[in-house]
Ligand binder design. Structure first.
Ligand SMILES: [Cu+2]
Length: 318
């Protein structure tokens, strides 16, 4: 009876953790606690990398089973207590040496074939004739990112969200408070918003020291180097609309760990709406032209008039 209860408890726990994993489904491609494998990402390049990785992983699993299985069998079956006697005359076996040199060579050559096919697929994607729909310039700074939408007159900075920043510096912050903040150290104030189904070019550089822009779900990492413009691109299919997170991947100073990246992939229509709103917010339409300041000595106290006359022409900006 006791045993049945324990099994029931274990099954409940197992299904409970599966359910909590499912609850994360809205956070597409978020790393999970105790996650062991790499992400398969949301682009063809990340999928290619993931497929190569999985293929080699299973090859390694088979090799592991064969090698450790043979070792285990040898140790178990030919143990001393069973009367096994060491072969002291044995020096070497030409047949075995050919075998254990030849088999790895065959495995290496065989695994190079799919790997090369993936690299060629990546190269062909890089050189696809499909034109870029837009270009975003990414600039790394200590310790934030600047995104400039080329040709759109839109530029903004993206830095660690204020609440994470407060919590990380608050020595009295409890573990509960940190856990309650859902994306502690993984959220930013202004995410990079990009449209799905669009080939997007990124030009990446830095202002001060070397940073690296890395969002695992996109399948690449690119150094951001002062004085150098690196290039990368991505295209996320509409089926993978979601929020993807990354980090700076090049040690860039004391707050290197606090410059996360958030990319929001939205539909083309949503992107248009967002772009219009964002541009409007960045460049508010000028309010009704301020009435020209005329200083009429008659109704301005003498001191104010003198102050206004002395003030630099700050009010003459458009
Ligand atoms: Cu960094």
């Amino acid at each position: 009876m006791m045993k049945t209860n324990r099994i029931t408890a274990m099954l409940t726990g197992l299904f409970g953790s599966l359910a909590s994993l499912a609850a994360f489904a809205d956070d597409t491609k978020e790393p999970q606690l105790w996650q062991l494998n790499m992400t398969d990402g949301v682009t063809t390049s990340s999928q290619n990398a993931y497929d190569s990785h999985m293929l080699m992983f299973w090859v390694c699993v088979v090799i592991g089973i064969v090698v450790f299985g043979a070792m285990g069998l040898a140790m178990f079956k030919f143990r001393k207590s069973k009367g096994a006697v060491p072969d002291t005359e044995f020096t070497h076996s030409t047949f075995l040496e050919i075998l254990w040199t030849g088999i790895p060579i065959i495995i290496l050559i065989a695994s190079a074939i799919p790997a090369t096919a993936k690299v060629m697929a990546l190269y062909n994607d890089d050189h696809s004739p499909k034109p870029f729909g837009m270009t975003v310039k990414i600039t790394g700074q200590q310790w934030l990112w600047t995104y400039e939408y080329k040709g759109e007159d839109l530029e903004f900075t993206s830095r660690l969200d204020r609440e994470s920043d407060r919590l990380r510096q608050d020595k009295t912050a409890s573990q509960e408070a940190i856990t309650a903040h859902k994306h502690y150290l993984r959220d930013v104030d202004n995410p990079l918003v990009i449209p799905a189904d669009t080939r997007i070019r990124f030009v990446i550089t830095a202002d001060d020291v070397i940073h690296a822009w890395w969002v695992p779900a996109l399948g690449w990492k690119q150094d951001a180097i002062p004085g150098v413009i690196n290039e990368a691109w991505t295209e996320v299919p509409a089926a993978k609309i979601g929020t993807y997170r990354g980090v700076c991947a090049e040690l860039c100073g004391k707050d290197h760990g606090f410059m996360p990246i958030v990319v929001k992939v939205v539909s083309k229509a949503d992107y248009k709406t967002w772009l219009a709103e964002r541009k409007a917010a960045n460049n508010p339409a000028p309010a009704a032209a301020p009435a020209a300041v005329t200083i009429d000595a008659g109704d301005v106290p003498a001191e104010d008039a003198a102050a206004q006359a002395a003030a630099p022409a700050a009010s003459t900006q458009p």
